[in-house]
Design a protein around this ligand. Structure first.
Ligand code: ADP
Ligand code: ZN
Length: 522
């Protein structure tokens, strides 16, 4: 039988799927015919089948390198249910269990064996593998080899040994991290110069991207659900466990079937909530980011974030859990001044090398840029993954309703001066008191009511001042001290603005859901 047909046979018989998705068929063909491949595919794109199908088509056992024991266990359990002979070797096994699996491996009784990288690179494991007929090596989460990323694992560097010791065995590296630098590292460090590269678009065309300044998160969230997703299943992400419980309760009080989910809940409750979410229609889970790993529900209609994700990658992954079935879905992020302060603070407190800090700053800056942009969100998001989209998408909030901007040069200069004149020793709330001429006790004690700029910003609303400060912080014109009090400080970058050499345009915040989802999704 021709290889394509055999591949499809396996897909139908073993998995019960009608057809390959995206570039799966090409990858399977490449690996099945013994060539190396590098697969860049977003999370949920179907990377596993890219090596599982060739594993069944080729003689011998496929060796899958995977960094997370829980993911290995999940995959093996699924494969066993499908009747595929799979096992994993990890430090979580008892010695006798490991020995039993090793002898299955030596007897050629396994189609796939999953191994953690630190185990695979030991002389003992390499000796073992040298005595086994190996069909292919699959290196999952291959970006872990790159120090450029946030998931660097030193053990991945040792995997270059596979190219040396098993030159005749095809190797397949897979990752959902697609930036050019990571890609180059994977090719170089895993010796994949000859690999065919398969890049899937990261675009999720059925997701409508929406980001709103947070005023009253709960009101905004319920308004959003009522107006756009009444009765739909959704995930609401919060940063803290306590907040997930509070928000879930508040949603229930307003008549929504909402459940909390976080790692601190008793296992039984967590499992029960997850099961309800999967089985029942229209359940909302309010969760920390612990929720979602391995959750496979295709008709999640919305994902909302009540706190800012820590990076664009994280945002992409979390929002990616909406609309897996391809039907129109909305992802909605509420972000505020506090998020920006918190992130700036974390940055200034972070330990590690200068290089590491610069890197972290870039990651957070990119996320803030995505929030504050006045351009198409999807274009910016894809550019982050080094993917070029020629036209604005027409299916995000800034496309649906272009953002108004205003010349904020004067108020911004006033804000910066106020930070400076009060000694760079206070947070936003205090500086705004001075600007708006509030004679609070603190202001009086510090005699800041004597400053020339005291009250000079009184015709600008509190809301607008907070929006100005948020954007100044997001743009890096103001910085936050590591002291934990949100103390503001001028950044060297703000000098040109202070001196009147450049102008500053800011977005005019829109806080209601005026932008309607337009034609694309229906
Ligand atoms: P990734 O590893 O890229 O995040 P997975 O391999 O876990 O993605 O696949 C995501 C989901 O898509 C799984 O539930 C998988 O069964 C499903 N899937 C993958 N390929 C296909 C296909 N060709 N047809 C139907 N479902 C598929
Ligand atoms: Zn757009």
């Amino acid at each position: 039988m021709a290889p394509e047909l055999r591949a499809r046979e396996a897909l139908r018989h073993v998995w019960g799927y009608d057809d390959f998705r995206g570039r799966q068929a090409d990858v399977v063909e490449t690996v099945a015919s013994g060539r190396d491949a590098l697969v860049l595919m977003p999370t949920g794109g179907g990377k596993s089948l890219c090596y599982q199908v060739p594993a069944l088509m080729r003689r011998g056992t496929a060796v899958v390198v995977s960094p997370l024991i829980s993911l290995m266990q999940d995959q093996v359990a699924t494969l066993l249910q499908l009747g595929v002979r799979a096992a994993y070797l990890s430090s979580s096994l008892e010695a006798h269990e490991a020995r039993a699996i090793e002898s299955q491996l030596l007897d050629g009784r396994l189609d796939l064996i999953y191994m953690a990288p630190e185990r695979l690179v030991t002389p003992r494991a390499l000796d073992l593998l040298a005595r086994v007929d190996i069909s292919l090596f699959a290196i999952d989460e291959a970006h872990c080899v790159s120090q450029w990323g946030h998931d660097f694992r030193a053990d991945y560097l040792g995997l270059s040994v596979l190219a040396e010791q098993f030159p005749q065995v095809p190797r397949l590296a897979l990752t959902a991290t697609a930036d050019l630098r990571t890609r180059a590292d994977i090719v170089r460090l895993l010796k994949l110069e000859a690999a065919e590269v398969f890049i899937s678009s990261f675009d999720r065309p059925n997701l409508f991207y929406r980001m709103l300044p947070r005023l009253n998160a709960l009101e905004q969230l319920t308004d959003f659900i009522k107006r756009e997703h009444a009765g739909d299943a959704g995930i609401v992400y919060c940063l803290s466990r306590a907040k997930t419980e509070k928000v879930a309760e508040a949603l229930r009080a307003r008549g929504f079937p909402a459940l909390a989910y976080h790692a601190g809940l008793p296992a039984a409750e967590r499992e029960a909530n997850q099961t309800r979410f999967l089985r029942e229609e229209g359940v909302i889970v309010v969760a920390t980011i612990a929720f979602g790993m391995g959750i496979d529900k295709s008709n999640v209609r919305f994902v909302a974030h009540l706190d800012l994700p820590k990076s664009v990658e994280a945002y992409y992954q979390e929002t990616g859990r909406a609309g897996r079935d391809g039907l129109p879905s909305t992802v909605c992020l509420f972000y505020g001044l506090q998020d920006v302060i918190k992130h700036q603070q974390m940055l200034s407190q972070s330990e590690g090398s200068e290089e590491h800090k610069r890197h972290e700053r870039r990651r957070i800056d990119a996320m803030l840029q995505l929030c504050e942009t006045t351009d198409c969100r999807r274009q910016l998001l894809l550019r982050y993954f080094d993917e070029h989209m020629a036209q604005p998408c027409g299916y995000c909030d800034t496309c649906a309703e272009p953002v108004a901007t205003w010349d904020a040069t004067e108020p911004a200069r006033l804000a910066l001066s106020a930070v400076y004149r009060t000694g760079q020793r206070y947070g936003v709330e205090y500086v705004v008191e001075v600007l708006t001429g509030k004679r609070s006790e603190r202001v009086g004690d510090n005699r800041h009511d004597q400053l020339a700029l005291f009250g000079q910003g009184s015709d600008t609303s509190l809301k607008t001042w907070r929006s100005i400060f948020r954007q100044l912080l997001a743009k890096g014109l103001l910085l936050v001290d590591p002291d934990g009090y949100g103390t503001l400080r001028l950044s060297p970058d703000c000098r040109a603005l202070l001196k009147g050499e450049v102008a500053l345009t800011l977005r005019r915040d829109r806080d209601t859901l005026t932008a309607q989802r337009s034609a694309r999704g229906g």
